[in-house]
Write a protein that binds this ligand. Sequence first.
Ligand code: FES
Ligand SMILES: [Fe+2]
Length: 361
Amino acid sequence: MTPTTHAASIASAPAFPLEQWYVAGFSWELKSAPVARTLLGHPVVLFRTADGKVAALEDRCCHRELPLSCGTVEDRGLRCGYHGLLFDHGGRCLEVPGQERIPPKACVKSFVLRERDQILWIWMGATPDSVPAQEPPAYEVHGDPAYRFGGDVYHYDAPYQLIHDNLLDLSHLGYVHLKTIGGNASVHMNAELKLSQQGDSVKVVRWMPDSEPPPTYSAAWPFQGRIDRWQEVEFHPSHVRIWTGAMDRGTDRLDNPQRQGFHMRGFHGVTPETETSAHYFWTIATNPHPQMQDPTQLVIDQTAATFEEDKVVIEAQFRNQQRFGARPVVDIHVDAGPNRARRVIERLRTAGARAGEGASA
Ligand code: FES
Ligand SMILES: [Fe+2]
């Protein structure tokens, strides 16, 4: 195999593709208080106004630069916590306490934020006048009555692409996640893998027919014995969808899109915070079996434990990359999916660099 290095190779390209919808948060995070979050290197404040509109503003008051996230959400917008300037969802100043005239420059930058299927999507763009050509992606699982779900937001002290690598290579389950969704390491490492690509989307499919159910599966579903197990990982530049599951051995085809059995459907929004840190927005959905106690909370708890295990590995991996500096690494068979996704990101970053040049010309 050819040695490769993961060091950035395009000096002028942005660290991440910017012409993308990225996950900024989940709907249930926006309650009465504003949420501060640095996204793609920009400090942003997220909030919801009384009429239900969601908003994303630069987290800097234009008066004396207090983070607006220190302020309070009111019916009409977000009030700064220092001298009380009030801003609407578009960043326009509506009120200066004690002064009638609103200075024309009293506004803060706003970002396009959309709420869809309980996911908040932000468009930051490569240039100031960049606008999305289409609405953010749907995620129907969150509204599908066959499924129940929960999720969380994790902060990573590691670059976002290490999370992509991890999600696109599920062979690590047999080593990292033995207590939950793991199973036999050699079954994982020898599973047949099908890799395909459509535009910017990369798909990795792995089948593990006739295998032992791992602990989470057995606890959630009344399997009779051995199982036919699948993993379908669908990478997009800003998020990954993973459909895993299993059915009793020999009961259906593993390529039947309507196949029954135990399902776990994962949504994984991977949004860079900075070049060396990331936000990981995840949900896990499952289809409770009618004769079993609802396993949703168990699946959520075990998924959380699983993702904590990933976080430990990925952050240790990044610390070591920093300790040793950019040195060649060796590829093995499990890297086909991650490497393909890295090529997509590289191409989009290069395209972003060209868009930026166009804007500054
Ligand atoms: S710093 Fe925000 S109102 Fe003064
Ligand atoms: Fe993992």
